[in-house]
Design a protein around this ligand. Structure first.
Ligand code: ARG
Length: 411
């Protein structure tokens, strides 16, 4: 019988290290590990060595940061996609790219299956598998963690020790942390009680607002067609810009979120997120849109934003609906060019200025001074017709509306 070849999405953590050996033993397979760098700082040190020690036949480490930023993060930013109006979706946007990379290696290496280390109650398993189904419909998918014999971290560590797999000596974090350039997700431990405020040590890349500087920081962000291209007058690549903003906003206590969230698998979970650059860029982008987008486009786009966020969150990145949405979003971004100046102060973000060559803000129409250009007399006819349906309706119907009940009599 031909030996199985399995490509594993490998993070270097305990679960995926166990998976490498476990697949080798259970399936008598050659295991190829695939690790994507999405701009996470901590995780990648020593990953290749660890993969080989866990029994990998071949090891792939791919730097995906630029692709992640330009082809995954920016489309979501342009769409204004925030899950449940809050979460910028660092994890959710990263999974389809990791899955795509996994599939590409699996095909090139003539693998018979791909595997991942997601658990059976999260969203990530869905995102991974649905992406693989879309990109390689014939590919077999194995999710060892959903069905294997290990019941605890200790079981897994014992397995590693019996097989000579190195286990990091460092004390395990009480949290489950997933990190990339767009943000950090922190779960588990005391955070599972929604009445418990996240302890300071849960946060990885932001200072608390209390510990942020006592003077404000001002940053001017430049956008070109909806994409951030510069900071404080200096042109930057997307990756450099996000990294810099993560630093500046994080140091000002910006980008923390604490939310109870609806997972696709039917569970409500308490999630703590940090996305200093993500929160700042979504905010600044929206402020620029207020000035550059036609009213109807802006209002319609807000409805799409929620659908777009749901689509990403629910693992449908590689779908025809995503492409159709992108066509619309792209069209809306043609004039989203200009600068937004924000003020960061102790966890707060305020817009303090905006400017665009495509600004639809017309001072001559807006002003209350003698420069006023607006035709006040036209308003009368407009209101007459605008209110006409209500006038007609209320002649026929005698709907009651709450009115002031107490009349204060003159003494
Ligand atoms: N609930 C978030 C999401 O679905 C975060 C997932 C975090 N994953 C993790 N391994 N900690 O996008």
């Amino acid at each position: 019988m031909k030996k199985e070849r399995i490509a594993v999405a490998y993070s270097g953590g305990l679960d995926t290290s166990v998976i490498v050996k476990w697949l080798q033993e259970k399936y008598n397979a050659d295991v190829i590990t695939v690790t994507g760098n999405l701009g996470q700082k901590k995780e990648l040190i020593g990953v290749a060595e660890k993969a080989y020690k866990s029994g990998a036949k071949k090891v792939f480490i791919q730097d995906l940061t630029k692709t992640f930023v330009e082809d995954y993060i920016f489309p979501a930013l342009k769409a204004g996609a925030l899950y449940e109006f809050t979460y910028p979706m660092a994890c959710a946007i990263g999974r389809p790219l990791l899955a795509k990379t996994l599939v590409e290696v699996a095909k090139r290496e003539k693998c018979t299956a791909v595997a991942h280390g997601c658990t059976g109650k999260g969203n990530d398993q869905v995102r991974f598998e649905v992406a693989v189904m879309a990109l390689a419909p014939e590919m077999k998918i194995i999710a060892p963690v959903r069905g294997w014999e290990f019941k605890s971290r200790e079981d897994e560590i014992a397995y590693c020790e019996s097989r000579g797999i190195p286990v990091a000596a460092s004390k395990a974090s009480p949290y489950s942390i997933d990190e990339n350039i767009w943000g950090t997700a922190i779960e588990c431990g005391v955070l599972e009680d929604p009445m418990v405020a996240p302890p300071e040590d849960a946060y990885q890349r932001t200072v608390s607002p209390e510990n942020a500087p006592n003077t404000p920081t001002y940053v001017t962000i430049e956008f070109k067609q909806g994409i951030p291209v510069g900071l404080d007058g200096k042109k930057m690549t997307g990756v450099a810009l996000i990294e810099k903003l993560n630093e500046i906003a994080g140091a000002n206590g910006i980008g923390r979120m604490d939310m109870v969230e609806n997972r696709l698998v039917g569970i409500k979970s308490r999630e703590v997120y940090e996305a200093p650059a993500g929160v700042t860029l979504h905010y600044a982008h929206r402020e620029l849109e207020r000035m550059c987008l036609d009213k109807e486009v802006m209002h319609y786009k807000a409805k799409i934003a929620d659908d777009y966020a749901n689509l990403i969150y629910n693992g449908l990145w590689f779908s025809p609906l995503k492409k159709a949405f992108d066509g619309f979003i792209e069209q809306t971004q043609k004039n989203v060019t200009g600068i937004v100046k924000v003020k960061m102060y102790k966890g707060n973000l305020d817009v303090v200025g905006r400017q665009s060559p495509y600004s639809l803000y017309d001072l001559k129409l807006a002003t209350y001074t003698a420069e006023d250009n607006f035709d006040h007399t036209a308003a009368e006819g407009f209101i007459k017709i605008y209110g006409l349906p209500l006038k007609t309706y209320n002649r026929v119907n005698k709907d009651k509306f709450a009115t002031v009940k107490k009349v204060i009599k003159k003494k």
